[in-house]
Design a binder for this molecule. Sequence first.
Ligand code: 4AD
Ligand code: MG
Length: 461
Amino acid sequence: LVTVKELYRKTDSYLDKEVSIGGWVRSIRDSKAFGFIVVNDGSFFEPIQVVYHDTMENFKEISRLNVGAAIVVKGTLVATPQAKQPFEIQAEEITVEGASAPDYPLQKKRHTLEFLRTMTHLRPRTNTFQAVFRVRSLAAYAIHQFFQERGFVYVHTPLITGSDCEGAGEMFQVTTMDLQNPPKLEDGSIDYSKDFFNKHTSLTVSGQLNAETFAQSFRDVYTFGPTFRAENSNTTRHAAEFWMIEPEIAFADLEDDMDLAEAMLKYVIRYVMENAPEEMKFFNSFIDKGLLDRLTNVVESEFARVTYTEAIEILEKNNDNFEYKVSWGCDLQTEHERYLTEEIYKKPVFVTDYPKEIKAFYMKQNDDGKTVAAMDCLVPGIGEIIGGSQREDDYGKLRSRMEELGMDLDEYGFYLDLRKYGSTRHAGYGLGFERCIMYLTGMSNIRDVLPFPRTVNNCEL
Ligand code: 4AD
Ligand code: MG
């Protein structure tokens, strides 16, 4: 079987020749002596039209096919300069690989994204989700290519862990114990020393702490894998299981970190626009008008950079219009992030140097004693897509911050050790892969860029 992509990309070498394709029926209409089937074979965004005639011995069987059926078509590829598609197949033989029942739920009309969310197993057969998931696949490849070209080492960090990198306590527990009836300590608390790992473990919220150990050996490394957060926020930007890209670079500071993040985002945008032109045109027409112009602009201009303190001054002037009023020390909500990036800068913006109280323990403390060398990258339409920082590399400062926060120093002994044995300046960030895909496609709900979304109250398939 040849792919439809190949027919589109190398049309000249196939025209007027015999070809065979396999795919799924998108629509079918027949008259007495002939019929048309639109087939999508999954290799390419555009479908292909098949024309068949009553000279075929199974003409009746074919005419009765329902949408969704899987067929193999053998025939001649002929040019159709007047038609919507540049060519079609004049079928000589059509074999039914798998018929489709008449109650196939996806019809030619456009279904809402909400409806399609109830059809996780069939929505990949629609235009929108074919486009989303091909872009997702290409973006993942582009990210690996970006880092590999620059000599970064890809490190696989564990999914099961004893630490809470972000310290937010939003972890899914991993246990083999019967939690109805767990072994207890004398004070009544659960005795995790009886558990599988001989301690309390969870699914990771971030691979960063592990990645840092590799950065102190390989210099430039990255992770790219699933992360888990039991955040009880039912929003369009939060999932319980999402993928994160986390580079970690040694002999580098916050500026280097932002330069890397900006170069990476531009690389991915450029790669996807070049390698998925049909899909991107589709998003631009049907999902988010103006998307392509905006992305082109992002690639061609510099991201804005502003400190948290400056950002608060800007935001305070607009406090009347915010649901949550801002003042120095507060965490930025999505409405504030979007105001900054959509109304003030109209492009991606890095906000840096946040108050230490609202950021994680590992961030490098600035000389002012109040802020840390953090950076968040905010983009129009979404808000935060990247969170990162320079890391505290001073043993004493890190240790006292951890003690201040009441952290278990035994559990994080390895992390402190790194500051004892050849500690370097270093920095890193985490890009939320789904938010990146939302940004690339204009899709507005994280559930629609995850192949099998896991969100509060939802773990289908
Ligand atoms: O800002 P966060 O929490 O940073 C970290 O986890 C750091 N350890 C990263 C690092 O420095 N290596 O998360 C990073 C990004 C966010 O900016 C956001 O894009 C995404 O991960 N993210 C989520 N995406 C989907 N659903 C959720 N529940 C998310 N939580 C964070
Ligand atoms: Mg963050």
